[in-house]
Design a protein. Structure first.
Length: 398
């Protein structure tokens, strides 16, 4: 078929949209026989299939019409109640159900926040490195995204204060305090307090993203930022990592003054998140299943993390540096200077393993000698084999 010129003129925001580098890499690397340590997917072996099947049957038996009908944009009221109670009891927050907006994955929460808060040229502050999906969500709204110097505990308070106090007032700082994707870092209690102090002093709003907060393997993380300055924080959470990502169910907790605009943005985007999925998830949650399910996920992932830590120590000592994560799904490696993780990826795939180069996670000044490894989907023996393959590639390139 002959290709004809398109009559459609793209909006400027569309020109700024880019494909996910990670998802493009996965198309190449997830072929049979490859030990993939690249994907950011939870292990499918943790999905509570039987609980979901039973919950779906109850919903479709007891409330089939309601579950298949249009529903409130805010979300299913009993599930909003559950989210508020859970955050209050488990995270030390003070949340009303009226502040909870159920979303189509927490990724939609990023888009709604960007849509409501960002104008062309607005300043947005992010960590170094930061979540690629957030950069994709923010970029079409044409902000000036500025990276804040960070270490293994997150953004440096003095760097955050300097960025917040320079130039136009930043619309918000996007932060991931708990086991960040990609770096795995977690903010200490002292770091959280220092960041909150900056937010108060500078009048800096925060967008706190916590999809991995329940996946701790040693000790629970400190209280969220939203528990400390609730009027200045939009808090994002997700059911993807503790139940199943295919549900596409997350939530936003917003200060009361901001909630109506986020709700209006949600209404314009999709009217409401799947009410069938919301009701199924609530049926699962109200049984108390998470009390045993989440600890089982933690134990499984802890074993995988320890297997990767051991493999890295055995094979990559002297070739890379890293900090052992205390939660989440990822190791973040800094290779010897001069090595380029993107350039070496084809060699790694040829050797039989895959990773994600780190450059995609930087808003500014990407470091080519960084990469991300996921430890939750491959079994321990495959993890060891994959790291051994990576070591051989690095040794040949060094």
């Amino acid at each position: 078929m002959t290709s004809r010129p398109s009559p459609f003129q793209l909006a400027r925001r569309a020109e700024r949209m880019n494909p996910s580098i990670i998802r493009e890499i996965l198309k190449v690397t997830e072929r049979p026989g490859i030990v993939s340590l690249a994907g950011g997917l939870p292990s499918a072996d943790t999905f509570p299939v039987e609980a979901m099947r039973e919950a779906a049957a109850r919903v479709l038996t007891e409330a089939p019409r309601e579950a298949l009908q249009y529903a409130a944009s805010e979300g299913f009221a009993p599930l909003r109640d559950w989210v508020a109670a859970h955050l209050n009891e488990q995270q030390g927050m003070d949340v009303s159900p009226a502040q909870v907006l159920l979303t189509t994955g927490s990724q939609q929460g990023l888009d709604l926040a960007a849509k409501v808060l960002i104008d062309e040229g607005s300043r947005v502050l992010v960590e170094t490195p930061t979540y690629l999906g957030a950069l994709q969500a923010f970029t079409p709204y044409e902000p000036r995204i500025e990276a804040v110097d960070s270490d293994h505990e997150g953004p440096l308070p003095e760097a955050l204060a300097r960025a917040a106090g320079t130039g136009d007032r930043a619309r918000f700082a996007y932060l991931l305090p708990n086991f960040q994707n990609p770096s795995g870092h977690v903010y200490s209690e002292a770091r959280r307090e220092a960041i909150v102090a900056v937010a108060r002093e500078q009048g800096l709003p925060l967008l706190e993203d916590s999809p991995y907060g329940d996946l701790w393997y040693d000790t629970p993380p400190p209280r969220p930022l939203a528990a400390r300055v609730p009027d200045s924080v939009i808090y994002l959470g997700s059911f993807s990592k503790v139940l199943a990502p295919g549900l596409r169910l997350g939530y936003v907790v917003a200060p009361p003054a901001l909630y109506p605009k986020l709700l209006q943005a949600k209404q314009a985007a999709d009217l409401h998140t799947s009410i069938l999925n919301q009701r199924i998830v609530f049926e699962v949650l109200r049984t108390g299943m998470l009390e045993t399910h989440v600890p089982a996920i933690r134990e499984r992932y802890r074993r995988h993390r320890d297997a990767m830590q051991a493999a890295l120590q055995t094979h990559l000592s002297g070739l890379a540096t890293w900090v052992k994560p205390t939660g989440g799904m990822f190791f973040w490696l800094e290779l010897k200077p001069g090595l380029d993780a993107m350039a070496l990826l084809p060699r790694a795939v040829e050797a039989g393993m895959a990773y994600v180069p780190g450059t995609a996670f930087y808003a500014q000044s990407p470091q080519p000698n960084t990469l991300r490894l996921s430890f939750v989907t491959a079994p321990p023996d495959k993890i060891e084999a994959g790291i051994a393959m990576l070591a051989q590639v690095l040794k040949e390139a060094a």
